[in-house]
Design a protein around this ligand. Structure first.
Ligand SMILES: C[S@@+](CC[C@H](N)C(=O)[O-])C[C@H]1O[C@@H](n2cnc3c(N)ncnc32)[C@H](O)[C@@H]1O
Length: 377
């Protein structure tokens, strides 16, 4: 497929019932930059992301596990499963919606270099690393637009579509509607989703809330933390710039959008791999390669061990985030205290007070400049 180029937790633990909002949940992703960078490496917030990606793409061992405190936001973390499914359907054309820094895109390009498939990536706000990747790998078609704009003008569909853009009910439902309108018969493309587990499964998040009509937006929370098992917001949770103020309920979250979509379309299959915030797949068993995809994904679909691992991973991520924030607050407090204390040893008034205290206490002052200097060392 060549697209017209344009310038520039339900932690997947247990069944995906949206009524189970009180349960521990996991799977996540992105936003706020400053606070996230404080925690670790880059996250896909889409807002002023720095440029460590070039490093990551050029220097990092592609097979290395994610850094312990990174969020593990990229689908590249599940690439063996994802590429296995592309192989199963023999995909000759792949569209990645929401490419961010191109970490999955690189994996797709490398895979395509052995299969001859075409890779198109789209992102309305491509970070520098993605632009650099498009320059370095001319076989990549990069489109700087939103998914809705691009899907709406497609005459035909690619054989596989990775949907990893703005994780909210409206955006995803529209993406699915636009795809469905272009499907003929059972010739469904393989649909691959990211972030179908906690925190996005049952809670909208927004890169650009203004792109979602107000009547389709959840009540918004701005610059908030999210934590598994907390349906509201959690001050020390994973930071998000824009998120639904509450988890759960109708028309809220990625998995909710997928399930609602599936309800109106007979014959489609859904798999959810509860790892790295959740990999989702929709396919039609009678589409080319449909049976093979079903077989390839079966061992991972709702895999209980993966779900447990993901629950642990997310719990540690959230705990790490909380510790980082607490540490930051302590550092600020400590810096203030130090600044105040530093004035004392040089203060004549304080020296006088020390002498007075010594006089009143038989030569043993209650405080000394020496002990303050020592405390400041
Ligand atoms: C989670 S990141 C993608 C990560 C990438 N697919 C990977 O696996 O490494 C989401 C990206 O979607 C982009 N995005 C946000 N809204 C979008 C939209 N309406 N259409 C397409 N992409 C969008 C953001 O700019 C961001 O770069």
């Amino acid at each position: 497929m060549r697209l017209p180029a344009v310038a520039g937790g339900e932690l997947c633990i247990g069944p995906h019932s949206r009524r189970e909002t009180g349960k521990a949940r996991a799977d996540l992703s992105h936003q706020d930059t400053s606070r996230i960078f404080a925690l670790a490496a880059p996250q896909p917030n889409g807002h002023g992301i720095g440029s460590q990606v070039g490093d990551r793409l050029s220097q990092k061992d592609p097979d290395a596990p994610p850094e312990p405190l990174e969020w593990g936001y990229s689908l590249a973390n599940v690439r063996e499963i994802l590429l296995g499914c592309l192989d199963a359907v023999g995909a000759r054309s792949v569209l990645e919606i929401g490419a961010f820094r191109g970490e999955l895109t690189v994996a797709l390009l490398d895979w395509a270099s052995t299969t001859g498939a075409t890779i198109t990536a789209l992102d309305p706000v491509p970070p520098g690393d993605l632009l650099a990747l498009a320059k370095a790998r001319p076989e990549l078609e990069l489109i700087e637009e939103t998914s809705h704009d691009v899907l709406a003008r497609l005459d035909s569909l690619p054989q596989a579509i990775v949907i990893d853009g703005d994780h909210n009910y409206y955006t995803l439902s529209e993406e699915l509607r636009l795809v469905a309108e272009r499907v003929s018969g059972n010739e469904w493309p393989l649909l691959i989703f990211h972030d179908v587990c906690w925190p996005h499964a049952r809670r909208d998040t927004y890169y650009a809330p203004e792109r979602v009509p107000e009547e389709h937006r959840q009540p918004l929370a701005h610059n908030v933390g999210l934590a598994p098992g907390e349906p509201g917001v959690a001050p020390l949770g994973l930071p998000f710039i824009w998120a639904a103020a509450r988890e759960g309920g109708p028309e809220n979250g990625t998995l909710t959008a997928i399930e609602d979509f599936m309800r109106s379309r007979a014959g489609l299959r859904l798999a959810v791999v509860p790892a790295f915030f959740g990999l989702g797949l929709i396919w039609h068993p009678e589409a080319p390669g449909g049976e093979a995809v079903g077989e390839a994904i079966a061992p991972f679909d709702q895999n209980a061990v993966l779900a447990r691992l993901e629950a642990h991973r997310v719990a540690h991520l959230v705990a790490g985030q909380a510790r980082t924030r607490e540490l930051e607050a302590l550092k600020i407090r400590s810096a203030r205290q130090e600044a105040a204390l530093r004035k004392l040893p040089d203060s004549r008034a304080f020296a006088l007070a020390e002498r007075l205290s010594a006089l009143r206490r038989g030569g043993e002052p209650y405080f000394t400049r020496a002990e303050i200097r020592e405390a400041l060392e």
